[in-house]
Ligand binder design. Sequence first.
Ligand SMILES: NC(=O)c1ccc[n+]([C@@H]2O[C@H](COP(=O)([O-])OP(=O)(O)OC[C@H]3O[C@@H](n4cnc5c(N)ncnc54)[C@H](O)[C@@H]3O)[C@@H](O)[C@H]2O)c1
Length: 360
Amino acid sequence: MTTPLRVAIVGTGGVAGLHVRSLAAIDGVETVAAVDVMPGRAAGFAAEHGIPIALDSLDELLATESIDVVHLCTPPGVHAPQAVAAFAHGAHVVAEKPPALSLSELAQMTNAASAAGRQFAVVFQQRTGTAAGHVKKLLAEGVFGRPLFALCNTLWWRDAEYYSVPWRGRWETEGGGTTLSHGIHQIDLLAYLLGDWRAANAQLWRQDRDVETEDVSTGTILFDSGAVASVSTSVVSARETSSLRIDCERATIEVDHLYGHGRSNWRITPAPSVSAKEAATWEFPEDTSPSGHDALLGAVYASLLSGTPLPDVATEPARALEIVTAFYASARLGSTVSRLELQADESLHGALNAPVTDNR
Ligand SMILES: NC(=O)c1ccc[n+]([C@@H]2O[C@H](COP(=O)([O-])OP(=O)(O)OC[C@H]3O[C@@H](n4cnc5c(N)ncnc54)[C@H](O)[C@@H]3O)[C@@H](O)[C@H]2O)c1
């Protein structure tokens, strides 16, 4: 590949704007094409952002142009076929969360990436930011002691207008409810910090919204470390927050934000036994950059441009999807699902559809 890398944005709705703005700040990259099935939408987006090519079909783009990186900003139900087509073209793929609607779709994508020898980056941008990296490093070094208990909350507000977009709120096109679409961000950050999970269970609730899927879920994750996490996800919460709290033997770590975090969103509270002198060494670095698409795409393109492996903020696309899949499978089976069971039983790798208790 020669620079500048030629980038296409596929799906020019809400999140695409974040991608195009982040890309504009990266040297060695040119956004050359915008694609959207909705008539006129790609053309409007292309005109707004000075993108030369606007089309309504990814297949047509790949048949007529040479593209180095395809960004999937489309609804998650089409991520898998679009990624497979992009890898077959010889492009790298940057896919928005959730990367796919099921583990079997995700396997198709990772297999296609391997077969093509191309990189597959996933956008779970909550993993990024200097403060999250600082906490991850200290957790890995063991300075906080063993993680014991965690709270993982995604309490958001999404109303009828949000669900009027045809692909939302339906098993077939959104693949799941608020757990898959929203809670997955904090679940991914929690698992990025705490590592491998061992078992999970959840219940799905429809408390108010007119959706096929769930608008609230309550779940539990047991990590390999022995830490247990209580996970709450909602779209009926007027005071919105996204938060993690991790109680370790020697400290409580917290982040409280909505869609992104910087140093001021994080707090480390030492246990009484920790000296002030030691706690001072846990201070967040002064030079912080916040989490977000800028940080994520900056790191991804530094790798693509230098030909080095992707950074860990953009790899392991299956980690959060596995936990979320275990949540839905648990709601379906009425039992806890272990990671070993999930990995071994391919019947759990398909669509997430599960019974939702309707309390409306
Ligand atoms: N990382 C984040 O913080 C974040 C935030 C919002 C959305 N997302 C994710 O981004 C993706 C898109 O969400 P959105 O809110 O931008 O949705 P959206 O509905 O606003 O935009 C999606 C666009 O894709 C187009 N589209 C649908 N099928 C297509 C196809 N086959 N080919 C080309 N275009 C097609 C639609 O016409 C629409 O314009 C989802 O996976 C969502 O979960 C991530």
